[in-house]
Design a protein around this ligand. Sequence first.
Ligand code: OSB
Ligand code: MG
Length: 374
Amino acid sequence: MLRIKQITLLEVVLPLKEPFQISSGTQKDRRIFLITLEDTDGRIGWGECVAGEEPNYSPETIDTAWMIVREWVAPRILDKPFEHPGDIHAALDKDFRGHKMAKAGVEMAAWELAAHNQEKPLARLLGGEREKVAVGISIGIQESPERLVEKVKTCLAQGYRKIKIKIMPGKDVAYVKAVREAVGPDAPLMVDANNAYTLDDADTLKQLDDFGLVMIEQPLTWDDVVRHAELQARMKTPICLDESITGVDKAEDMIRLRSGRIINIKPGRVGGFTASRAIHDLCQRHKIPVWCGGMLESGVGRAHNVALASLSNFTIPGDISPSSRYWEKDIVVPEWTMEDGYITVPWDKPGMGVDVDMDRVDDLTVRSETLPAS
Ligand code: OSB
Ligand code: MG
């Protein structure tokens, strides 16, 4: 049984080691939104809300999510008894549209807390089974094909098992061609357009079919599943949907309409772990492989992603890179490290498997709020 007595919202600012550019914007510092839930026994569960600084990935931002957690999510959770963390999703979804990232930040913290209560690793509570998860890297848009080739070579040498290249109009075919020629036919390459194209660009996108890409992620509009079906019918390369899949219903739409053949599951985007597991199971039944995406999370969100990626149908390497790829120093101990292209799932520890470095969090905190107000 879970009964939450207090919810704390924290904003910490972590500077990225290098700016990260996608087709819709560039990021230098990450405003990290952390959430803790405290139960009646004083136990703590950690969550991270992945909403961005700007509404360029989804309509949510850290500031809308903060308000929504305070005004609408917290009142549905505080002092309410829940048999199982799996019951929270329904409580947050009833007559409450959207705001999946705000909901997920709290929902995932409840799972983390429940794992501590049951003295189980979070991966076990979620039904995971892998000992280690394969690691990919997402490389931001570079100023020239040469720069990109250098980056990709370095990442392959570091052992990454999938290389995702961000693309946008004007920085697509020539960039991918240069990389493919430099690294040979077997390197696992994919691209992610973050909605930068329309069906009018189909001829350009079809040129990407020549490069043996593992997939092309979200070429068209962020909430589209209809046009993606038309594009998929015209392309050999599997389309993977990211932004469009905001819940299990959208995953069903994708499968029914054949809008894509792979799904990038980000638990923060779909409302948390219950929805992630439902999408995972649906895809498994339909032989659709899934992988765990990333939102430049701190070590807390990374812990949640690692636990989720240990489920059996996560058969493609995730955007779950080690802490050092993003930050000079993470906010968790130990930091997340990669060995031979894998991150080890912390099966030997209860909860998310890492501790939050509270001194560092205190140093970096720019805003905090405790609910109910004390
Ligand atoms: O589209 O997957 C994306 C980061 C921010 C917003 C959207 C995306 C991304 C990434 C980064 O690709 C993946 C990571 O966290 O390493
Ligand atoms: Mg993406």
